[in-house]
Design a protein around this ligand. Structure first.
Ligand code: PHE
Length: 343
């Protein structure tokens, strides 16, 4: 026991004389005296050799020695990290900063913003509406009264809680909301997310995005519709792209048409993307049905209008030659980071 006390006194002197000018040396001190295999652990191991009656006082001496070594270590640490010199050694102010990882916009957002910007230049304002709609805005006002067979044209999701509620399958309901406000003329585009009860595949998804447009004023004609969409296509895809209209049916427009553009991949000569026709469909359109105007309290003898609707995913796929619709919603960073700049 006496021997041990003597040894401890010697170590205390050694510790007192220990100096450190950097953090590594302070760490060496910690390992040597306080570490898992350090001196204090080793001396504690001597406990088993100490006579029973001395165990208590030996424990006290060791505790006090440990506190002493810990205090010294704290002092060494403070001196080496705070002495200015050591700290400034670690920071090289001339080094360039770490680059901040910058995210990129989703390709769907890029293309939607581009579509919106093109129509804004023509004087269209952006209008938005809810994704959960009432029957009225979605069906009845859009010239689809109860039991109309075209209510089944798109696979609608209904909401169990209330049979009057559903998830919109297109943003035409926003047009109704806008017409009901009764402020004329109306020149709006409605970008938004829509839902359809379809099996997910490379070509279909249960949700996607649309931009629909509506123009109502006096003397609006089909020629205005054509010219507006022609302008859009040239701005979006380039001056060399051609358009064609095919007659179609939508309950809310009369006459109705679908618009094709000449295939961007083969330039119209025929390839897989255009199924060897040279044309790809990009949107539905037509002259607003007079019933819609009447439903919304607009004088259909005085006003006429046109409407159109396009899928943002479809335009994006054509623009970037993306073959699988599912890529847009999988959030794979390897895919998403390829679209860093606006097109
Ligand atoms: N709402 C139609 C659709 O989702 C597109 C459309 C809009 C057609 C406006 C004509 C007029 O398919």
């Amino acid at each position: 026991m006496d021997n041990l006390l003597l040894t401890i006194d010697q170590y205390k002197t050694e510790i007192n004389n220990f100096t450190a000018s950097d953090t590594e040396t302070a760490e060496t001190f910690r390992i040597k005296y306080l570490g898992a295999k350090g001196l204090i652990k080793e001396l504690m191991g001597e406990m088993k050799n100490v006579a029973q009656e001395n165990k208590k006082s030996f424990g006290q001496v060791m505790n006090e020695f440990k506190v002493f070594a810990e205090a010294k270590y704290e002092a060494l640490k403070a001196a080496t990290t705070n002495n200015g010199k050591a700290a400034s050694d670690e920071i090289d102010l001339s080094l360039p900063a770490d680059p901040l990882p910058v995210g990129s916009r989703h390709p769907i957002s890029l293309v939607r913003n581009r579509i919106v910007a093109i129509f804004q230049r023509l004087g269209f304002a952006v209008a938005e509406g809810p994704e959960i709609e009432y029957d009225w805005h979605y069906f009845t006002a859009l010239n689809l009264p109860e039991n109309h067979p075209a209510r089944d044209m798109q696979d609608t999701f209904y909401i169990n809680q209330n049979p009057d509620w559903l998830l919109r399958t297109h943003t035409s309901s926003v047009q109704v909301r806008e017409m009901e406000k009764g402020k004329l003329p109306i020149r709006i585009i409605c970008p938004g997310r829509v839902y359809r009860n379809e099996t997910i595949s490379a070509r279909a998804h249960c949700f996607f995005h649309q931009v629909e447009g509506l123009y109502i004023a006096e003397n609006v004609s089909f020629a205005d519709l054509k010219q507006t969409l022609y302008f859009f296509v040239q701005e979006m895809f380039g001056k060399e792209v051609k358009i064609r209209f095919r007659p179609s049916y939508f309950p809310f427009t009369e006459p109705s048409a679908e618009m094709d553009i000449s295939c961007l991949i083969c330039g119209g000569t025929g390839c897989n993307v255009c199924k060897h026709t040279g044309w790809v469909e990009i949107l539905g359109c037509g002259m607003v049905h007079p019933n819609l105007l009447d439903n919304c309290g607009i004088d259909s003898n005085k006003y006429t209008g046109f409407a159109f609707g396009m899928g943002v995913e479809r335009i994006t796929m054509l623009k970037y030659q993306i073959k699988d619709l599912r890529l847009f919603s999988e959030n794979d960073v390897r895919f998403l980071k390829q679209f860093t700049s606006a097109i």
